[in-house]
Design a protein around this ligand. Structure first.
Ligand SMILES: C[S@@+](CC[C@H](N)C(=O)[O-])C[C@H]1O[C@@H](n2cnc3c(N)ncnc32)[C@H](O)[C@@H]1O
Length: 202
């Protein structure tokens, strides 16, 4: 039996995030999670949101962990992970919810653009996109720890980094999404909600 990978950050943020998701995904039927990572969020959110289907995805290399968590804490509405690399074709036709946590600062900006192209293509009209993670505002970090985190990210890979919220909102708008809320979360993170209000505008 493979041990399920444990992330302390996921353990700390899963309750504040799900409290928001319960208000955001009230009428949502299927959520595609991009970059599920350890799978800890997927098992918890699926159990807490039994009215919807939770579809975890990530690069195949991370599927063992997601499956280990599914074996430990199965839910009837939690699907097996699918391979989703934002730079390739997405394994779904359409969903009415998309969730991603702590991914936009890991992907290069080119990959972030492809992420939003995928969202524009696969999110239904009136569907909601939820993005959780740290952001800058007009180039300013919201905390010294986020500034240090950005330096640490770039030391590992210069293409990584905490994104400017204005750039992210602009990308979202280019695929028909509008920012409907921006909530301050614990540990200097934000939870952004976007709604698909029109078909892709290019
Ligand atoms: C910092 S982890 C976040 C994992 C989890 N969502 C969390 O909050 O703990 C970033 C995730 O993005 C995924 N990722 C990186 N590049 C990706 C890509 N091109 N397409 C899809 N996911 C990608 C990684 O595999 C990893 O699981």
């Amino acid at each position: 039996m493979i041990a399920a990978p444990f992330s302390q950050a996921c353990e700390n943020n899963k309750i504040p995030i799900v409290e928001q998701l319960k208000k955001i995904f009230t009428t949502t039927s299927k959520v595609l999670e991009v970059g599920s990572g350890s799978g800890q969020h997927a098992v918890f959110f699926a159990a807490q949101l039994p009215h919807l289907i939770w579809q975890p995805t990530d690069l195949t290399v991370n599927h063992y962990g997601i499956n280990a968590w599914r074996n430990e804490l199965p839910s009837p509405n939690l699907k097996p992970p699918l391979e989703l690399d934002v730079s390739a074709a997405w394994p779904v036709v359409q969903v009415d919810g998309i969730f991603t946590a702590n991914t936009l600062h890991i992907m290069s900006w080119e990959l972030v653009k492809l992420f939003f192209q995928g969202v524009g293509k696969h999110l239904a009209l009136q569907g909601r996109l939820v993005v959780y993670g740290p952001f800058k505002y007009q180039g300013q970090f919201t905390s010294e720890s986020n500034a240090q985190f950005d330096l640490w990210l770039k030391a590992h890979d210069s293409a990584r980094g905490v994104r400017n919220i204005e750039d992210v909102v602009q990308l979202a708008q280019s695929v028909g999404l509008a920012l409907t809320s921006d909530t301050v979360m614990p540990a200097n993170n934000q939870l952004l909600v976007f709604e698909k209000q029109q078909h892709e505008v290019r």
